[in-house]
Design a protein around this ligand. Structure first.
Ligand code: CO
Length: 484
């Protein structure tokens, strides 16, 4: 592969509209489609986004704090239907009832708001504003955040159907990035159990009616902030950022002193980035590596290989990205992603014989975030392609990138004033090649102030079709394609 067409520089239209509140809920609405959708593509791309920050008397000022809304692009027989609906959460109900006063305190310090979801463990309500990611859990579909309280929804109607609280007994903090175990069929995640003897607890669940099955656990003297983790067929990999908290201090600081959670975390580069491989059969620690300090939101993939583990992540030099993601910074023309270290797709080779880890940037020509892969066929297994977003020098992510993780070669798609979100890979039926499928991304056309569903051929990032939404879909993090 080689880099594709030269992209025009960013134009003048502002992407700020992507951070504005959306309260309009639309029933299924047919969209105009240009181009040709693959005949086989049938199902719904459902994305969850923060959508409402203003509740009248008080509003929160952080992008991450908006009340969770689902958006669905239903695709069938070459046609696209759009609908959107708020999740019916305790967070939103109380925010409406109180005019936003129930959210008091979240917005005063933009830093603390990133961890509002964690904070809410200690201060009800708000633990259920599940605006980060979606998954299947057995027959259920769940929306998640970083507290172990998921909201169930109907992937067709987007109606809220219940809550899933089973993981709550395992800890106060979790990730919104569980993994489907390709061998057992379980949904695997971990929690952080905070207390005098804090622990990480990796568990699996066979379905929404199944209790968590503990897979492995390890002590966490100073628990790290971790947004995701990785699986290989044999191991679970915890990647501890050197952004850590003393649990006792955390609980005292937040409950007695009413301080924010993030202010309790400390950047301790001397700890390095610590990676631990937990054997998923025995629960034993199979390896532990201390690497140069760095910060990871998202893992890309991992797999076992002759006496070692290969782990790919989107790696920042430090945790300054957290501050860079406050709305204040995002909307400041002078403060951009360029002020902070750009995320680089980075490969760690982790020998199981006790040797040190080796790390190498996969491509230093592009930044790379919100990674996706051909998950069904390649999660926890060897793979060649990752798809993600790049800011490419713009103040926010905007382009779609396909990265060959073996060679570092890459392709990209982008257009001036068009801001693309996470590209979700959907494999073609009977696909022979890893990249035989499409990428679905919701893109903001800032000049038109409307979003559209973009469908790219994953092989060469050529555009197959787009479908114009009736309004702007607020910027969000993650979504999933649920096949019909
Ligand atoms: Co994420």
């Amino acid at each position: 592969m080689s880099a594709t067409e030269e992209r025009p520089a960013t134009g003048g239209a502002s992407y700020e509209v992507g951070f504005e509140d959306l309260t309009e809920e639309l029933p299924p609405t047919s969209l105009e489609v240009t181009g040709e959708l693959p005949e086989w593509l049938s199902g719904g791309l459902v994305r969850v986004t923060p959508a409402q920050k203003d509740f009248g008397a008080r509003s929160v000022s952080h992008w991450f704090d908006g009340a969770a809304m689902l958006h669905r692009f239903g695709i069938s027989a070459g046609e696209v239907v759009y609908s959107n609906r708020f999740l019916d959460t305790g967070f939103r109900r109380e925010a409406i009832a109180s005019g936003g006063k129930s959210m008091q305190g979240f917005a005063t310090d933009p830093c603390r708001t990133l961890f509002q979801r964690v904070q809410s463990v200690f201060r009800q309500p708000a633990a259920d504003n599940t605006n980060v990611n979606l998954s299947r859990l057995g027959d259920e579909h769940i929306a998640m955040t970083e507290t172990p309280l998921a909201i169930c929804f109907d992937p067709e109607t987007l109606a809220t159907t219940g809550a899933d609280t089973a993981a709550g007994a395992l800890g106060q903090v979790t990730t919104a990035h569980p993994h489907h175990d390709p061998l057992r069929g379980e949904l695997v995640n971990f929690t952080v159990q905070m207390g005098p003897k804090s622990r990480y607890r990796v568990y699996g669940r066979g379905g929404s009616d199944a209790q968590p099955r503990e897979i492995a656990t390890m002590p966490a003297q100073e628990p790290a902030y971790m947004h995701s983790f990785a699986l290989t067929e044999r191991y679970a990999l915890l990647i501890e950022n050197p952004l850590v908290v003393q649990p006792v201090r955390l609980i005292v600081g937040m409950t007695l002193k009413a301080e924010s959670l993030i202010s309790q975390y400390r950047w301790k580069p001397e700890l390095g980035l610590r990676i631990t491989a937990l054997d998923r059969e025995t629960g034993e620690v199979a390896g532990r590596w201390k690497c140069a300090p760095g910060f990871v939101f998202h893992t890309i993939n991992a797999f076992d290989r002759d006496g070692e583990i290969v782990l790919d992540v989107c790696l920042y030099e430090d945790a300054s990205i957290i501050d860079a993601l406050t709305t204040e910074r995002l909307l400041d023309d002078d403060a951009t992603f360029q002020d902070t270290s750009a995320p680089r797709a980075t490969r760690f080779e982790l020998p199981l014989n006790g040797d040190e880890a080796i790390s190498a940037v996969i491509s230093d020509e592009i930044d790379f975030e919100l990674p996706r892969i051909n998950y069904r066929a390649h999660n926890a297994r060897p793979y060649k392609y990752a798809y993600g977003n790049a800011a490419s020098g713009a103040p926010f992510i905007k382009d779609i990138v396909k990265l060959d993780v073996e060679t570092g070669e890459h392709l990209s798609w982008g257009a001036a004033d068009h801001w693309a979100g996470e590209p979700v890979f959907v494999p073609a039926p009977d696909a022979q090649a890893e990249d035989d499928g499409v990428l679905l991304s919701v893109v903001l056309d800032a000049a038109a102030q409307r979003s559209y569903l973009l469908v790219l051929d994953a092989r060469d990032l050529s555009e197959l079709a787009r479908a114009q939404a009736p309004h702007t879909v607020p910027f969000g993090f993650h979504g999933q394609f649920f096949s019909s």
